[in-house]
Design a protein around this ligand. Structure first.
Ligand code: SAM
Ligand code: DTB
Ligand code: SF4
Length: 331
């Protein structure tokens, strides 16, 4: 078993990135096998419960009110629509349902409505995840009491590159929200985006931030930028796909027991590239034909890919290191 470390230096992480590709993938796959069923992949489906007109200025995001995208602003979805979508996701094979809102932070009134959604989705027999922006401690507790399993809040990139991407909130705000989620006993889902024009050192610094948290996130989404017309990052040079695979592999090596999610960006990836990501240690995907506002591969294509690779869906709470809907652990 690989050691669980929280003291990674930037040089050590960069050295992993710099290894010959085959050596890196072999090491990542060994680590993966020490902690997980190598042929099991966790399946989450996403729903945007409140779309567009976000006050934040994240340069990658089609939902920011600062950019001129073609997205229609929508109100918070009614409960019955959310439950219908959750049922459909479950019938389609998802085990976790993630609800996203384009907010800087939720108001208490909105949080009450989201808490109802969490309760109702859980009652359908799905794991629940929400991503609502910044949270206060009492709001995290409110969600925990509603039975929330996971909270997603990404660090997105390195502390150094961050200011080039977002100016309306600082890195420390994100770390504070993550600490409150952890303290409330909710599983932490946090990762980032690559392909935004950052350097390899930025990617290594992001992984260093994640791996050196007091407790590793249970879930680490690695998003490849989905370029949307009208956002400032539209037209930025795409990342070398093999560098994306390296990012997955180094996430696996630095956070051996976390679920590493091959997240946004799969639509543009070949089956072969996705297969390399699974070999590098990715063991979770977003499944279903939409992410939040952009497209994801058709379910049938994913089912065919799983068949080709002999991959099966992981059962909820089957992996080590998950707190489930249980009290906070302090390590
Ligand atoms: N508003 C909340 C927040 O930012 O915390 C929650 C929703 S936000 C859309 C969730 C995450 O989606 C972002 O942190 C970012 O990592 C990811 N994301 C947004 N737009 C993306 C894009 N165009 N490509 C890849 N990932 C994206
Ligand atoms: C995450 O890391 N990626 C998801 C989820 N968490 C909320 C969102 C991806 C969004 C991609 C752009 C869109 O569809 O709007
Ligand atoms: Fe708003 Fe979240 Fe998009 Fe940033 S990533 S603009 S906070 S919806």
């Amino acid at each position: 078993m690989s050691a669980i470390r929280h003291d990674w230096t930037i040089e050590e992480i960069e050295a992993q990135f710099d290894r010959p590709f085959n050596d890196l993938l072999f090491a990542a796959q060994q680590t993966h096998r020490a902690h997980f069923d190598p042929n099991a992949v966790q399946i989450s489906s996403l729903l945007s419960i409140k779309t567009g007109a976000c006050p934040e200025d994240c340069a990658y995001c089609p939902q920011s009110a600062h950019h001129h995208t073609e997205l229609e602003r929508e109100r918070l979805l009614p409960l019955d629509e959310v439950v219908a979508e959750a049922r459909a996701a479950k019938a389609n094979g998802a085990t976790r349902f993630c609800m996203g809102a384009a907010w800087r932070n939720p108001t208490d009134r909105n949080l009450d409505r989201v808490a109802e959604m969490v309760e109702a989705v859980r009652a359908e027999g799905l794991e629940t995840c929400v991503t609502l922006g910044m949270l206060e401690a009492r709001q995290a507790e409110r969600l925990k009491n509603a039975g929330l399993d996971y909270y997603n809040h990404n660090l997105d990139t390195s502390p150094e590159f961050y200011g080039k991407i977002i100016t309306t909130r600082v890195y420390q705000d994100r770390l504070d929200t993550l600490a409150r989620v952890r303290e409330a006993g909710i599983n932490v889902c946090t990762g980032g985006i690559v392909g935004m024009g950052e350097s390899r050192r930025d990617r290594a610094r992001l992984l260093q931030q994640l791996a050196n948290l007091p407790q590793h996130p249970e879930s680490v989404p690695i998003n490849n930028l989905v370029q949307v017309e009208g956002t400032p990052l539209h037209g930025v040079e795409a990342l070398d796909p093999l560098e994306f695979v390296r990012m997955i592999a180094v996430a696996r090596l630095t956070m051996p027991t976390s679920h590493v999610r091959l997240s946004a960006g799969r639509l543009d990836m070949s089956d072969e590239l996705q297969a390399l990501c699974f070999l590098a240690g990715a063991n979770s995907i977003f499944y279903g034909e939409k992410l939040l506002t952009t497209d994801n591969p058709e379910s049938q294509r994913d089912q065919a890919l799983f068949r080709r690779l002999g991959i099966h869906a992981a059962q909820p709470h089957s992996a080590q290191g998950e707190t489930g809907n249980a009290p906070a652990r302090h390590t």
